[in-house]
Write a protein that binds this ligand. Structure first.
Ligand code: SAM
Length: 245
């Protein structure tokens, strides 16, 4: 029997101005149980204690779509959202649970992880979500995905320039990429400007915040797509990580 996740209603309310309904709370618990079970076969996450899972996986995933404590306007209006390198489903699956009106595409290059997420989506009846097995460098050129999304999420996949190259080609003009980071410095923002502008974006916001249970400092970078991304991006598989812009 898996432990119960804490509800933390007051924290959701205070930090995100959002409160999970009972059904959403139940889906968070189901997700947790499936991940604990899936961890026996697959290396999904090292974060398995209920409080830590709540903070580092659930709360952190949703904090990214609520910069400075309020949900991104487009996600309130049936946005199309893509999560690149979703792994065990973060941040995309909590976002799919919280925002049933959004369409979520969950991408990972590892088939085993995607198979696991498919099972999660079925068991949680998350009909607003679908999965794709593939590499960001390839799906970024595919007409079915390129220039298609309002929001692109990416957490723990590579350095910020790599994340920018993976996400910006997928966005419609005016769309927003959200890059989840731990530590971040002003110097890193300066160093990232050139890569982002080559990809047709601007750094709109660097949001610094502390997590509600352990007070750890984290950052999310918000990149707005303001121009077309050149057809040469993303570069071929492996090049973005070998030679970040
Ligand atoms: N985003 C999840 C999280 O924050 O818990 C998982 C992070 S895990 C460290 C990185 C994931 O990105 C892995 O599941 C890996 O298979 C995937 N990945 C790495 N490079 C990728 C690429 N170029 N395209 C698609 N997925 C990629």
């Amino acid at each position: 029997m898996t432990n119960s996740l804490p509800e933390m209603a007051h924290i959701w309310q205070h930090t995100l101005n959002w409160l999970p309904q009972e059904e959403q709370q139940h889906k968070f618990q189901q997700l947790y149980e499936l991940i604990i079970e899936g961890n026996r076969q697959l290396n999904l996450t090292r974060i398995t204690e209920p409080q830590e899972f709540w903070e580092k996986h659930l709360w952190d995933s949703l904090r990214g779509i609520a910069p400075q404590g309020g949900l991104i306007p487009s996600v309130l209006e049936n946005a199309s959202v893509i999560d690149i390198g979703t792994g065990a489903g973060f941040p995309g699956v909590p976002v799919a649970i919280a925002l049933p009106n959004c369409e979520i595409t969950l991408v990972d290059s590892t088939r085993k992880k995607v198979n696991f997420i498919d099972e999660v989506l079925t068991k949680l009846t998350l009909s607003n979500s679908k999965t794709v097995v593939g590499r960001a460098e390839e799906i970024g050129h595919h007409p079915q995905y390129r220039k298609t999304y309002d929001v692109a999420l990416i957490r723990a996949v590579g350095n910020a320039a790599v994340c920018a190259e993976y996400t910006l080609p997928l966005l419609k003009q005016g769309g927003l990429a959200v890059i989840y980071r731990g530590n971040w410095t002003v110097e890193e923002t300066t160093a990232l400007q050139n890569a982002v502008s080559q990809l047709g974006g601007v750094i709109e916001l660097v949001d610094q915040f502390t997590t509600p249970l352990t007070n750890s400092m984290r950052h999310c970078l918000y990149l707005r797509k303001v121009a077309t991304t050149a057809a040469s991006f993303p570069r071929a598989v492996g090049i973005p990580t070998q030679k970040p812009l």
